[in-house]
Each structure stands twice: as structure tokens, then as C-alpha cells.
Design a binder for this molecule. Structure first.
Ligand code: C2O
Ligand code: CU
Ligand code: CU
Length: 562
């Protein structure tokens, strides 16, 4: 297990106390920033109070052979409705959290691991001190207190550890779980509930002959991202669901480190989505297949009505191409990675659904779900001057906006006015053919790194044609799931002029861009523009690649909302 522990949080806090970062962070936030929240606020009266613990554990993942050493979140409810926690029995995944919009939640997090950790509530719109920013990582034996109100609409989110440089491995070893939010608008709809509303957390893992998790630590595998040899659903291999001949809601979440799924049925039946990342869609969307990148969620409406008892349906990840460097077609082995791993873009089964009982009544797919205001160019205050999120790489480090993550840094254009709605343009900084065309977008006036950064970017631009391992081509040839903390956003456009049309054709019908999102898959050559509200909370909110190996390698930055 990696023992690389990042000390920058401690240093950061010391700097803050000395006022040494005053030039970077405005005074209004300095007092609050970096202070670990150790005690409950007496005036905050929670509806739900949960005691969370992260610790090492042994779980029987396989029905045969030794138990597996994992890291696990466990939780107990000290206040609130009994259904606020749903345990997945005998599982490395933490319990499912069931919240109601408007609830006030307090969480005491106890770190009983032997390394730092902190929990992030991915998808929830919460204040900085409760967002699990890695500066709040706590050491073994310490406790952190979260307090927030559930502002989110009904939808599916998930929580995971977020301690910088340790995130990928801790999530891999088990530190994650699902979050469900319900609200009144959703309650008015006739959606599948109870035993017909089920989680579908998809992850890939590799095990040795003793059932122990294998992870990667060396380059170049880290830069490619971890790809495992078996698929687990809700923490178990060979998932089979026994279902009745009616409609179900399956809350699919991609909890994998770097694997991208193309969800589809083996018999070509289309798939229907009723929700994306953290909210219901305005209307259901039916697609031949649905792409699901790390960090993304999709609420599926799976209707088994009319299927014969005893029949089986298999949900696959279908073949696609073009998200990994140096792999023309499917497969993308080629680089001598961990043996037996399933190739990114290969075809493999995810879960089987066996019709075990005939029933005659089933909810019908609603024509309309929950309407919301569609954000357009008119709603943002910077139509012609989008904030950039530029994807690039230098010296085998994946970067955003030309920089690696630094706990105590924000660039000028990363300072955003509270209450604004911004257009953000996510793009590959080196054009597909080695040009520098897009770089103009990030010359907003940088911090004191700007001169060297600019030189760096030019140098990289000049190398653009090299491609291959270590060359610029590699990052451009990878797809990156870009995640923003805080409020959900909407997708304004995808610009595909520079994509490889043959590859892109294998994924393009699987993007559901009509809902609220917090993670978007940006394909090689693609430019995605989003409208992102920065409302309610001041402070530091991360944006990063949710390929967790990339995130830990520094492909993360932050906005300072103030
Ligand atoms: Cu799920 Cu900052 O991430
Ligand atoms: Cu997040
Ligand atoms: Cu990435």
C-alpha cells in the first residue's frame, strides 16, 4: 500500500496562520480557510447525525477462498430516520446514505486508518468546510465534523475519500459509497421505489491468487489509469439480479478509478435514463447505449415487463474506441500493463438480470419527469470570455490550465464572484495536430507563475506532433472525465471538429447532456462548454479529472468563490 503522504496540508495550514498566502487568498477567507472543523456547532440542529469511521477490514468478496483486506467506511446513525443508512451486507462499500432535500446533516468522521483521509460528498452542494477538500485530510486517530443542509434535488450521488495522493488507492481499496437524495417533486412521480429502486455501483478490480487487491504504483500505468481484470457490481463479482417482470430504477454509478463503461444490453434493446449525475432529467432519454465515465451516475429505467420467467438479460460494456493512446481500434492492450486486465473499450458483461417472477402491474415510464430551467449562453455573464479548463501534460504529469494541483494556489481567473453563472470551456490545450490554437484561452493574466507557465505551454505546443508515451499526443489521445465540486452544471455544447470521426462514432450516442451534471467526459479532440453556477457558498472548490490516477498525479485545480 502506498505510504506516500502529502504534507502540503500541514504546510498550508502553517502558511495560513502566518498569513504567508495572503497575496493568494483574500483576507475575508483567510481566517476560516484551512481550519479543521473539530467540533459541532451548537446552533446547528441536525435532522440526521451520523458517526462515520474509516478503517481496515476484511471482507468476503468471493464465495470461495480467503477474505480480502480492504479499507471501509462504516457508519452508525445517532439521530434521524432509521432509513437514513442502508447497509450493503458483507461489503467493502460504505452504507447507502438516504437524504431528503432540506435535511440538515451532521457527520462525525473518525479516521482509524493508518494514513490520512477525508470524505468528499461527490455531487452534493455543500459549504467548503464540509466538502472534503484535501486540505482537511485528518491523520489517524483524528476526527472531522461536517455540517450541511441538503440543497440538492432528488438524484444519485456518491461519497469517497479525497486525501490528495491517496484518493485513487483509498477508493480502490473500498472507501466509497452511494448517496440518494429524495424530494417532493420526485415523490409526485410514479417511479419504482423500495425493492424496485436498486444501486448499481460499477467498479473494476484486480485480485491475486489469494483474493487480495492488486493496485499499480509505477509509471506508465498510473498515467494510463488503473484498469482491472474483473468487474464488481455493488462490491461483488458476477453480479446477478433476480427481478420481477416490471419496471425498476437502477442507480448506476461509475466508482471505478479510470474505466469508462458503454452500458448496453446484449440483445440490442435500447436503454432509458431518467436521471444524470445528481438529478432527474426533464424527460426520459432512450439511447442505444449510455457512456458512463468515472464519477458519473445515471439513473436507469429498466423495464422487464413482458419478459418470460426464467429468461435472462445481460448488461454489457459494449466495445468503443479512441479513449486511450496508441490503440487504433478496440482493445488497447499493447503496453504491457497488468496481466489479464480487461481492455479499456473492450466488450464484457457487467451484470445479469434473471426474470424470476411474473407480476402484472408496473409503473409506466412517465413522459415528463422534473422540469428545470435550461441554462443557455444568455444566463452566463462571460459568453465571449469563457473560463478555461485546459487539459495538457508536461514531464509525465497531467495538468489543468498548465499547472499541477497546489493546495494554496489559485490563478487569477480561478477567482470567481459568488452568485455568478460562468461559461467554462474544457478543451485539450495542444490541438490534435500539435498546434497552439487553443492556448489563447488561458492567457487571462496568471499568477506569478504565468511567465514560466506560458513558456512551458509553448514548449509543449512545439512538441505537439510527437505523440506516443511521454509525448504530448498521449494526453490528447485520452478521454478525461472532468469533475467540478460544488453546484451542478449544465452542458452548453460539444465541439467535435477535431475528433477522430471513426472513434467518436463509437461513443457519441451515449452522452446524455440534457440534465444537471458534475462530471463530463471530454473525448480526445473534443471541446465541451458548460454553464456553471457559483452560488450559495464562498470558498475553495476543486475541479479535476476523475480518472483518479490523473487526479492524484496533480490533474486538479480549484476555484476560489468570493
Ligand atoms: Cu468524486 Cu473531487 O471528487
Ligand atoms: Cu466531487
Ligand atoms: Cu484525466
Amino acid at each position: 500500500m502506498s505510504k506516500t503522504i502529502n504534507n502540503s496540508r500541514r504546510q498550508f495550514i502553517q502558511h495560513s496562520l502566518l498569513g504567508a498566502v495572503a497575496a493568494t487568498f483574500p483576507g475575508l477567507l483567510l481566517a476560516d480557510m484551512g481550519q479543521l472543523k473539530r467540533t459541532a456547532t451548537p446552533s446547528f440542529n441536525p435532522d440526521v447525525e451520523i458517526e462515520f469511521t474509516a478503517r481496515r477490514a476484511q471482507i468476503g468478496i468471493f464465495s470461495n477462498g480467503p477474505v480480502t483486506q480492504v479499507q471501509k467506511f462504516s457508519a452508525s446513525l445517532s439521530k434521524g430516520p432509521a432509513n437514513a443508512l442502508t447497509e450493503l451486507p458483507n461489503n467493502y462499500l460504505g452504507p447507502i446514505l438516504n437524504f431528503q432535500q432540506g435535511q440538515k446533516v451532521r457527520v462525525f468522521f473518525n479516521n482509524k486508518l493508518n494514513e490520512p483521509s477525508i470524505i468528499h460528498w461527490h455531487g452534493l452542494h455543500v459549504p467548503q468546510h464540509s466538502d472534503g477538500h484535501p486540505m482537511y485530510s485528518i491523520n489517524p486517530g483524528e476526527q472531522y465534523v461536517y455540517e450541511f443542509e441538503v440543497l440538492n434535488r432528488a438524484g444519485t450521488s456518491f461519497y469517497h475519500s479525497h486525501s490528495h495522493n491517496l484518493t485513487a488507492e483509498q477508493v480502490y481499496r473500498g472507501l466509497a459509497g452511494l448517496i440518494i437524495v429524495n424530494d417532493e417533486n420526485e415523490a409526485k412521480l410514479d417511479l419504482p421505489r423500495g425493492e424496485y429502486d436498486l444501486p448499481l455501483v460499477i467498479q473494476d478490480r484486480s485480485f491475486d491468487s489469494q483474493n487480495q487487491l492488486q493496485y499499480i504504483h509505477a509509471m506508465p500505468e498510473r498515467i494510463m489509469g488503473f484498469l482491472g481484470s474483473s468487474i464488481l457490481v455493488n462490491g461483488k463479482p458476477d453480479a446477478e439480479f433476480s427481478v420481477k417482470s416490471r419496471a425498476y430504477r437502477f442507480r448506476a454509478a461509475n466508482g471505478s478509478n479510470s474505466r469508462i463503461y458503454k452500458l448496453g444490453w446484449d440483445d440490442g434493446t435500447p436503454l432509458t435514463a431518467i436521471g444524470t449525475d445528481a438529478g432527474l432529467l426533464p424527460t426520459p432519454e432512450t439511447r442505444p447505449y449510455i457512456m458512463l465515465a468515472p464519477g458519473e451516475r445515471v439513473d436507469l429505467w429498466l423495464d422487464f415487463s413482458g419478459r418470460a420467467v426464467g429468461s435472462k438479460l445481460t448488461l454489457y460494456s459494449l466495445p468503443y474506441s479512441g479513449v486511450m493512446p496508441g490503440m487504433g481500434g478496440m482493445g488497447g492492450g499493447g503496453m504491457g500493463m497488468m496481466r489479464n486486465r480487461l481492455p479499456q473499450g473492450g466488450k464484457f458483461p457487467i451484470a445479469t438480470f434473471k426474470i424470476s417472477e411474473k407480476v402484472s402491474d408496473s409503473p409506466k415510464l412517465p413522459e415528463k419527469l422534473v422540469p428545470f430551467q435550461r441554462l443557455t449562453e444568455r444566463d452566463v455573464d462571460n459568453t465571449n470570455d469563457p473560463l478555461p479548463i485546459a487539459i495538457s501534460m508536461q514531464h509525465m504529469k497531467p495538468l489543468l490550465n498548465g499547472h499541477s494541483f497546489a493546495m494554496d494556489r489559485v490563478l487569477d481567473f480561478e477567482k470567481v464572484a459568488l452568485g455568478s453563472i460562468k461559461k467554462i470551456k474544457i478543451f485539450h490545450a495542444q490541438g490534435q495536430h500539435g498546434g497552439m490554437g487553443m492556448l489563447g484561452g488561458i492567457q487571462h493574466g496568471d499568477d506569478d507563475h504565468s511567465a514560466s507557465n506560458e513558456r512551458g505551454m509553448r514548449r509543449m505546443g512545439g512538441m505537439g506532433g510527437m505523440g506516443g508515451m511521454g509525448g504530448m499526443g498521449m494526453m490528447m489521445d485520452m478521454a478525461h472525465p472532468i469533475h467540478l465540486h460544488g453546484q451542478q452544471y449544465q452542458i452548453l455544447s460539444r465541439k467535435t471538429a477535431n475528433v477522430n470521426a471513426t472513434n467518436y462514432a463509437t461513443v457519441k450516442d451515449g452522452f446524455i447532456d440534457s440534465g444537471w451534471k458534475d462530471t463530463v467526459l471530454v473525448m480526445p479532440g473534443e471541446t465541451v462548454e458548460i454553464a456553471k453556477p457559483f452560488q450559495d457558498y464562498k470558498g475553495l472548490f476543486l475541479y479535476h479529472c476523475h480518472n483518479l490516477e490523473h487526479e492524484d498525479l496533480g490533474m486538479m485545480r480549484q476555484f476560489l468563490i468570493g
